[in-house]
Ligand binder design. Sequence first.
Ligand SMILES: [Zn+2]
Length: 108
Amino acid sequence: MDQMSSERERLEQVLEETLAKIEQLNKKLEDKADYGLGKGGPTIYEWEFSLALRQSLEAKAKSIRAALRKTLEGNYGVCEACGQEIDVERLAVLPHTTLCIKCAQAKR
Ligand SMILES: [Zn+2]
């Protein structure tokens, strides 16, 4: 029980950090009008990079939310595909993962 609540705190923290990064990127992306030719500032490529980064962060935020839901349901750390417990070490690196290493590799 205590372990689950600390997992939840950890996930909430990661979610917060991720959302903060998305927020920063949103501000950056709003400046699109200033990006461009010959200004010596950020280029359109950087803008596109920020956009791609935001998309991956949004995907991450989504999976963190899914993991948080799992802590509430009491099946956090259980692989969605095969039902095996996910390695603690894997969860330490990827707290929001929903697949064990075998299933994650098989998915590729
Ligand atoms: Zn699995």
